[in-house]
Design a protein around this ligand. Structure first.
Ligand SMILES: *Cc1c(COP(=O)(O)O)cnc(C)c1O
Length: 499
């Protein structure tokens, strides 16, 4: 299986795509051709557990990796999740299901991929005969950073450095990162927002000068951001798994269409759903849910991506506070009929003018496959409150955004003439409510609580939901990382770290 760049002619293996992260021309790696999952394989997957299902999907992309070894790596990764199921599907009402992806070590869905990426990367280096130390440099809006640190800590031959926007993550996210264990880790706060972090990190990746500096130290760069195909691939698997769970619990018949609502920032998670569809999964509509930073809503409705005059809002769903949605490039590539020159042109236009637009037929295709909406802060609070009151189901604010938009989508179907009966809906739940205790406590009670751990305690009293051990123990851990710099100093920090 080969991968090609969205912007040019580069063609690499799966191992190379993972190790390199980004294509040399600045594009993202995409499968040369989407592998398909046959009807017979779908039937076989019904009886499989989560790691086995994931191994089947992943081995189609990473066919040069040993199958049994891949399965062992997946079993080890998902054994770190609570309750024996890495991606449980929970029914909340008729036709409405939650795909809970937050039962991993850091309580957000990023664990689904970042517990697996270290294997894909290390094995990829072995396959390619790479002996240098790999430096993982990550820009995070909160959840990726912690999940990557946890995934890569104390792994041989790897160092990891995470940069995050100083005022752009929740208190709990910051605490999780700054108390990180491990000998090969570094965490640095950046004065600015997530886009500043991501842009600088991308610049370092593209800079020959930076790469040379690192090469002198026998180090090569790689990324754990969702632009890395090794992040995307494990995410495709849970869409299959959710579908199969609906079939085995007799909620649907094999072949029926299912809609998915995904709370979206960098467009990675929802792109994985789109990829699952390209592989043959019977997906109906993909509902893209944004918070107030609703650049994607506007794009999917109007076909114009425009960040030129857009204010950046800090919200209670910080992992979606993103204006430059990196993975959208992969969708653009597909919509354009895999036109690399056009994709490159659009990305250049985004850098130069802050905007680009798509053609009428591309917009038509977007509208057929996607529905887009956004939730204000009040909408999110109301949705989390109402859902808990009505169904006793607590949600984190990111999931609240998704649920709000899923309900708007269903309303829009009712308003059509004649009204359309909705397909079963799976809402992707991306974080534990305990990861955002202030916001969730406020949503549930209308009261503020300053201290994160007091918030956790009170939510536990209200909901009786189990508190994850990994969040409880942070309270007693020392703060290890306190450095805060401006974005232009990130590379200096990298050099200090690698020595
Ligand atoms: C990262 C994240 C998102 C957004 O996912 P993308 O793949 O960037 O679209 C949503 N919710 C939570 C909790 C996250 O951590």
């Amino acid at each position: 299986m080969y991968f090609i760049s969205t912007r040019g002619n580069e063609r690499v293996t799966g191992a190379e795509a993972v190790v390199q992260g980004l294509a040399k021309d600045g594009g993202l790696f995409v499968p040369e051709k989407f592998p398909s999952v046959s009807a017979e394989e779908m039937e076989r997957m019904l009886a499989m557990d989560y790691p086995e299902r994931a191994a089947l999907v992943l081995s189609k992309y990473f066919d040069e990796y040993d199958k049994d070894e891949l399965l062992s790596a997946l079993k080890a990764a998902y054994a770190q999740f609570d309750d024996g199921d890495a991606a449980p599907l929970v029914k909340v009402e008729n036709g409405m299901f939650m795909l809970e992806l937050y039962h991993g070590p850091t309580c957000a869905f990023k664990d689904m991929a970042l517990t697996v990426l270290p294997y894909l990367l290390r094995k990829g280096c072995d396959l390619l005969g790479i002996k240098e130390t790999v430096l993982i440099l990550v820009a995070t809006s909160g959840d990726t950073g912690k999940a990557a640190l946890e995934g890569f800590r104390d792994r041989e031959g790897v160092k990891i450095m995470v940069v995050y926007p100083d005022d752009g993550v929740s208190k709990m996210q910051k605490l999780q990162m700054c108390t990180q264990d491990g000998e090969n880790v570094n965490v640095v706060a950046v004065k600015g927002n997530f886009d500043d972090c991501q842009t600088t990190v991308k610049r370092i990746f593209h800079s020959e000068e930076c790469k040379e500096e690192l090469a002198k130290r026998n180090i090569r760069l790689s990324s754990a951001n969702s632009i890395n195909f090794g992040r995307l691939a494990p995410q495709i698997a849970y869409y299959f798994s959710a579908y199969l769970d609906l079939v085995s619990s007799e909620q649907i018949k094999m072949g029926d269409k299912v809609d998915f609502t995904v709370p979206t920032g960098n467009f990675g998670n929802i792109l994985a759903a789109y990829y699952a569809k390209q592989m043959g999964l019977p997906v109906g509509r993909l509902v893209c849910a944004s918070n107030r930073n609703n650049v994607l809503t506007d794009f999917l409705l109007r076909g114009v991506y425009d960040v030129s005059k857009r204010p950046f809002f800090k919200t209670m769903s910080p992992s979606m506070d993103i204006l430059i949605s990196s993975n959208l490039e992969r969708l653009l590539f597909e919509l354009s009929g895999r036109d690399a020159a056009l994709t490159a042109e659009r990305m250049e236009s985004l850098v130069k003018t802050g905007k680009y637009s798509v053609r009428a037929e591309e917009l038509k295709s977007i509208r057929e496959q996607f529905y887009a909406g956004y939730a204000s802060e009040d909408d999110t609070v109301d949705c989390v409150y109402e859902f808990f009151t009505e169904y006793g189901y607590p949600m984190d604010p990111h999931t609240g955004v998704a649920m709000f938009v899923a309900e708007r989508y269903h309303e829009s179907l009712e308003k059509e003439t004649p009204p359309v009966t909705p397909a079963p809906m799976v809402v992707v739940s991306t974080a534990s409510p305990y990861k955002f205790p202030q916001a969730v406590y406020y949503a549930l009670t209308g009261n503020d609580v300053k201290d994160s751990f007091k918030g956790i305690k009170r939510i536990n009293l209200l909901t009786a939901m189990k508190v994850p051990e990994s969040l409880k123990e942070i309270r007693y851990k020392p703060i290890r990382f306190k450095t805060s710099v401006s974005a232009d100093k990130i590379f200096e920090e990298v050099l200090k770290f690698v020595g």
